[in-house]
Design a protein around this ligand. Structure first.
Ligand SMILES: C[S@@+](CC[C@H](N)C(=O)[O-])C[C@H]1O[C@@H](n2cnc3c(N)ncnc32)[C@H](O)[C@@H]1O
Length: 303
């Protein structure tokens, strides 16, 4: 039977919706485990793994503010419906002029509902901030973006999240990954999906070799189990950091397509990898496994 994946209300480049089934199958958690997700982005991974206890964190304060407002009831499904109906109508009338008015308003006041509006009407559902930490994604040129059906879809996403938050103990923190990883204890699980080196230009999302090494050190100093999402190779190159930095981790790879991205290289198929500090199959010599839905090409110990 096909598993359904809950898609959260916030979109982000590099969203891991398609990898959720594989990640879910390969994490090791129990009812006492605290799930730490230092690079939550949209939150799609943890929201679908649904651990009882979780800390979701990100350096981007707007993502965290949005989820905190759902958590404390400031934002509800009803409020989102009312807001998007009202703002959607203004977008229909004002088109690009209105989009840029809301963008300016958001950059001045940081209202999480404006963030949602921009995220769902901008070009390709991207999140990108300039060096002054201003949201700078251009308009998606769809004045009728907020149709009845589209609003209902977003409202249902918020409603689902509201219900999850009522029955789970989840916290949202705006902090650098080092602080989140430090919080994890032995029985806990850390899932990391950092920006990929050189792929995106966003001032909340910059990543270089120093960051990759700092992440490696933080994770290997932790007593918790961890899983890291990274890319393995594309048509042009292999990810040298898997051997250079993540040497000694276990890895599974899977083909995953990126549809987002204006740059041609970002639209090429990328083979994704999941790196862990535990053996996923329990058998280091195993070279390939086939899951019900998708194929993991290889299982190997990255040495
Ligand atoms: C690839 S996205 C995560 C996508 C997420 N797994 C999903 O499926 O939606 C990377 C996230 O890391 C965050 N980030 C970048 N640098 C960070 C840092 N130093 N500490 C914490 N978060 C960071 C970005 O703001 C971004 O939301």
């Amino acid at each position: 039977m096909k598993e359904t994946t809950f898609v959260p209300p916030i979109k982000i480049q590099g969203i891991k919706t398609k990898l959720v089934p594989q990640i879910k199958r390969n994490v090791i958690i129990n009812k006492d485990t605290v799930w730490y997700e230092p690079f939550m982005g949209s939150g799609v991974v943890g929201f679908n793994v649904m651990p009882q206890n979780a800390v979701f964190a990100d350096i981007n304060p707007h993502i965290i503010a949005f989820y905190n407002q759902i958590n404390n009831g400031t934002i509800s499904a009803g409020i989102v419906r009312q807001f998007l109906e009202q703002e959607g109508k203004k977008l229909e009338e004002g088109d690009d002029k209105y989009y840029y008015e809301v963008r300016e308003r958001f950059n001045a006041h940081h209202n999480p509902l404006d963030f949602l509006f921009l995220n769902r009407s901008c070009f390709n559902g991207m999140i990108r901030f300039n060096k002054n930490y201003e949201f700078n994604v251009p308009y998606g040129h769809k004045p009728y973006r907020f149709s009845k059906a589209y609003i209902t879809k977003i409202v249902n996403q918020v409603y689902h999240l509201e219900n999850l938050l009522k029955t789970h103990s989840w916290t949202f923190l705006c902090q650098p990954f080092e602080d989140t990883i430090k919080m994890a204890q032995k029985n806990d699980f850390i899932y990391c999906d950092p920006p990929y080196i050189g792929r995106h230009v966003d001032y909340y999302d910059s990543w270089d070799e120093k960051s990759e090494i700092a992440l490696h050190d933080a994770l290997t100093n932790s007593k918790a189990k961890f899983m890291l999402s990274t890319w393995h190779h594309n048509k042009y190159r292999v990810n040298k950091y898997i051997d250079d930095v993540w040497d000694g981790c276990f890895a599974v790879t899977q083909e995953h397509f990126y549809h987002v991205g204006a740059k041609e290289e970002n639209r090429n198929p990328v083979v994704e990898a999941l790196l862990t500090n535990y053996s996923i199959t329990g058998n280091k010599d195993e070279v390939s496994i086939v899951n019900e839905q998708l194929t993991f090409d290889t299982i190997f110990s990255a040495t």
